[in-house]
Design a protein around this ligand. Structure first.
Ligand code: HEC
Ligand code: HEC
Ligand code: HEC
Length: 352
């Protein structure tokens, strides 16, 4: 049974003061997910719904699966306190609380007891990445064409942006999350392409960008279970094989070991890829998608290194420029991007 966020709200539980009890407050005041239902009422949603011939976005399962998940739950599993307008709320991520709401506060219950009772094991980064990617990567192509924003999944940065109502204590969790997140996104895209015979150029370019990044990064960082990307126009067998490779990488990535030196060496290797953007022979559509994935990787690597050494790397203007370059890819300027990537690398070298 789903209880709804009201069941977690009490000040002696998750609606109190102090970091240990404030998860409800963080979620209700700051988390994007509280607005997930409300956005279905805005003008953009109305336009998307119109162009799809949907009478109302707020009650069509094509939208509510992600924006108002309680609507996809059988009414017999919803307690009266669970409301569809909560958007993406506690139990969407943590699992229906009916089975563990009373028990989970008992002092003789460990984390594992709670998980055995049905709490989703979100401390496991593979489980966590799967939970988020379910709503954050694949969208039916008609919905995109109707004007929905493009979905782009990157677990580490998006966890910070949510914002987090928890602490990830282990120092290199950020990079594990980044790698696991990229790998599950690649698996989901591969699955979608393998199942859709009408692949469009854009969907394939997006897939190629991420496959390229995962292949490049796993090889540069000598990560066991690397991803390998075959050259030439990808077909069904490439998508199905990538689906398996990406899932293996996601599992491996969720427990991957990082250190200052392995993170630095990957960062420098990725920052030295400017030649890929000046070489002839790769379509601009693909280069733009590769560049975008690369910029997000540089961002998470610099973030992890800055955090672990307790001082920021001084690369902000150069990194911002790269983000600017990939903001819209309609007229991606590959040589310009290569120049900016060299400037980023020079700033990295100086920052030590
Ligand atoms: C697969 C899950 C999924 C489905 C299905 C989905 N959305 Fe979304 N939607 C998202 C996510 C995730 C975002 C946030 C994207 C971002 O900002 O990066 C979003 C963002 C939006 C936004 C922009 C948010 C804003 O602040 O204006 C609108 C509007 C929207 N969705 C409407 C719809 C409508 C209407 C439908 C049904 C036709 C729909 N969505 C179906 C996942 C989904
Ligand atoms: C979008 C997904 C999502 C939503 C919505 C969500 N959580 Fe979480 N929550 C997480 C993740 C991921 C973690 C980190 C893994 C963990 O500690 O279990 C977490 C951690 C927690 C923790 C452990 C905190 C710690 O420091 O160890 C509590 C308690 C919690 N959430 C309560 C809530 C409550 C209460 C709500 C609703 C008001 C909520 N969560 C909504 C994803 C979510
Ligand atoms: C049930 C579907 C669902 C799940 C699961 C989910 N999200 Fe979302 N998320 C959404 C929707 C829908 C929006 C758009 C809400 C809006 O525009 O206000 C969104 C918006 C966001 C945003 C703001 C837009 C952006 O992309 O920057 C962040 C950050 C985010 N989600 C992170 C996460 C993380 C991290 C997890 C996993 C811990 C997660 N989400 C799990 C549906 C989901």
């Amino acid at each position: 049974m789903f209880v709804g966020s009201l069941g977690c709200k009490s000040s002696s539980c998750h609606g109190g003061a102090g970091p240990k009890r404030s998860q409800y407050i963080t979620w209700s005041r700051q988390d994007f997910h509280t607005k997930a239902y409300a956005v279905l009422l805005n003008a953009r949603s109305e336009r998307i719904a119109d162009s799809l011939g949907i009478a109302s976005a707020t009650s069509s399962a094509r939208c509510t699966v992600c924006h108002s998940p309680f609507q996809s739950v059988a009414p017999s599993r919803l307690l009266p306190t669970a409301h569809p307008d909560e958007g993406v709320s506690c139990e969407t991520c943590h699992g229906a609380a009916g089975g563990w709401l009373r028990g989970h506060t008992r002092t003789d219950w460990s984390y594992n007891t709670r998980v055995a009772a049905g709490l989703h094991d979100l401390r496991n980064l593979y489980v966590r990445a799967n939970a988020c990617v379910a709503c954050h990567q694949n969208l039916a192509p008609e919905i995109s064409k109707a004007g929905h924003p493009d979905l782009f999944f990157e677990l580490d940065g998006q966890s910070v942006a949510e914002p987090k109502h928890w602490k990830d204590e282990e120092p290199w969790t950020g990079l594990r999350q980044w790698l696991t997140g990229q790998a599950v996104a690649l698996r989901e895209m591969s699955w979608a392409l393998a199942n859709d015979p009408q692949n469009d150029d854009f969907a394939i370019a997006r897939w190629d960008g991420l496959a390229w990044l995962c292949a490049t990064a796993t090889s540069a960082a000598s990560i066991p279970s690397p991803v390998s990307q075959s050259s030439g126009t990808p077909g069904l067998s490439d998508f199905t094989s990538m689906q398996t490779q990406a899932d293996t990488l996601a599992r491996r990535g969720s427990t991957s070991n990082w250190s200052e030196s392995s993170a630095r060496s990957l960062l420098f290797a990725l920052a030295a890829l400017d030649g890929e953007f000046t070489a002839k022979g790769t379509a601009n559509l693909l280069l733009g998608q590769r560049a975008k994935r690369l910029v997000f990787a540089l961002d998470r690597l610099t973030n992890a290194l800055s955090q672990n050494r307790g001082a920021p790397l001084k690369i902000e203007p150069e990194l911002n420029q790269l983000f600017q370059d990939v903001r819209t890819l309609d007229a991606f300027d590959a040589p310009g991007f290569a120049t900016h990537l060299r400037a980023f690398r020079a700033a990295l070298d100086k920052s030590g």
